[in-house]
Design a protein around this ligand. Sequence first.
Ligand code: IVH
Length: 702
Amino acid sequence: MQKDLKNLTDLEAAAELADLSKRLKELEEAYHTYDAPLVSDAEYDALKRKNEAIEAAFPHLVRSDSPSFRVGAPVADGFKKITHKVPMLSLGNIFDVSEIADFVDKIRRFLGMPDTQEIEFVAEPKIDGLSYSALYHDGVFKVGSTRGDGMVGEDITANLHTISDLPKTFRLENTLFAHPIPTWLDVRGEVYMSKSDFMELNAEAIQNGKKVFANPRNAAAGSLRQLDASVTATRKLSLFSYAYGFLEGKKWSSHWEFLTSLKQWGFPVNPDVKLCKTVRDLIDYYNDMMAKRAMLPYDIDGVVYKVNDYVLQERLGYITHSPRWAIAHKFPAEQAITKLNAIRIQVGRTGALTPVADVEPINVGGVIVKHATLHNADEIVRKDIREGDTVIIQRAGDVIPQIVEVLVEKRPNDSQPFVFPATCPVCGSLAVKEGDDAITYCTGGLVCPAQALESLKHFVSKSALDIDGLGTKNIELFFELGWIKYAADLFELSEKYGNELRCRDGWGTKSVDNLIEALNKACSGVALDRFIYALGIREVGEATARLFAKTFGTWDVFFSVVTSENALDTLQHVEGVGPVMAQYVVDFFAEQHNLEQIERLVKKIRLLPYEKADEKQTPFSGKTVVFTGTLMMMTRAEAKAKAIAAGAKVSGSVSIKTDFVVAGEAAGSKLKQAQSLGVDILSEKEFHQLLDVSSNYQYDNN
Ligand code: IVH
């Protein structure tokens, strides 16, 4: 049968595919939606296989409504989730031309390169849309997804199919020889709506009394993330491709080379990408694009600089959320003038006193702004911001609006400088300025209701313990009643106050039972990363918590590391953890009060070891590595980062627990100690050979 199908003409194949699509849709609807199958499962499967066989023989004829892209019934409650094989990361930002040289310098330092050595960059416009990923198998589009949280996105295969810019199959004429295609390629880029299509869509919406989008980015997002892809099909969306994720069956040596392949295969690559060799080139590029910005048919919110050479990219690696080898250089934000009505002080979970400006509501680039952050006390003094001032306010993308400057000439005569409180406005404890970041902290700790309450809300929040039935309102209620002060109190709620709660207005037996069940569920098993995140350690967000969980595996190992003598050193060796964050973690676990509460918690909650989902074992998995001597091929920092990425723990001293000592030039006492203990010693070259082996073992090494 397969053979016959191959002999079809294009016209016949297209007609067959059209018929099959229609027929299979009817059958699926009858089966899933009406629970009334029209044919046997075997008959349905045979038709589905026939469709697949024709698609395989005629990839260029695959329809946008192909049954292969349908997964059973239409998803009723949201999109199907797709786990990215390689995470979709974001970029670090710079905002000033002077920061370009710092970015390049940092790269040089990390790589141990002299100032004289040139590094090639690809500069690209930063498209203001939303990122997508499209997975191709043997040059045929299979699955599309949004970025989501970077790890898991939404399945938008059907929606992407409706975008004509997206190649459904690679264009192969005359290119196979120069650009053989990979088995698997996850092409990434940005979906956007052009300025003119956006204006047209909004004009039409106004006429029909429908919702108007604030900007092209929102319009693109609203159009792409439609459960019903036929709505997406009515919107004019475009895209550019600029990166890849999962890849198998091909290698490029540079980003430029990769972009060239993309172009050859018919992917839309932005025409303004440019190879740059010096900081001067990058500055010129930024200025050129800034001048060109208004004339472009689509919105850009900056430019992106990427190290061109893939070997260097690989060596540079990643910091928690973003690559070291690339940076976004944002354009100045949109601004507006308004009046600052009042300065309020908010107290957060960590006790930080954050001044917030309440401003006269104003439209800034399509978004109504009512509040702006004032960052800290120094910022208010530096800019001499006062209540009653007329100010220039700006916003950039999703960033909280800021006050750029005060229009002093409009200041009222009776205006007074703002006095930052010396005590916490919530609990009255002393407020002190701490560290280099100029932030004022309330010293009240959990005695301060603001901190205690915010910590509790954080503990039960979605990304932390995700305790159903314990929303903000309930936490506030229990806190006000004095039933809970610390997270561990939650687990004594039912025992101590269950009966009282059952008698409260609005609380029946059922809702109390549900609450108890949710709490019991949490006790029966919490993922390690969620628990670490839930503790609310300053600077430790979800990604960092995951990193700790991934690095240390179990709570016992993590806890013994953070409470050990050389905790600071060990933590700093985790890639993505800097000295400031490491210090916060150490401080947190040095606090007796925190230790007491943690002890109560771990008695109640079963902490699950980190699940190493897709990770493969490498020769370094779980091994302890010590570096000694001078390394010639990469800097010490880089070597440590690589070892950790390959699953190793890096330690500063040799002991019986050490698995490998990597000995560089002029290695001294540590090498001797390793020899006397019989620890495996690797030369720098051997270390690299093992790393190479490791990189073949795993794809997710960030
Ligand atoms: S590269 C590993 N290139 O900007 C990072 N991103 O702020 C891969 N974006 O999430 C991203 N234009 O959605 C890259 N030419 C470009 C881009 C670009 C727009 C978006 C992308 C990314 C965000 C980071």
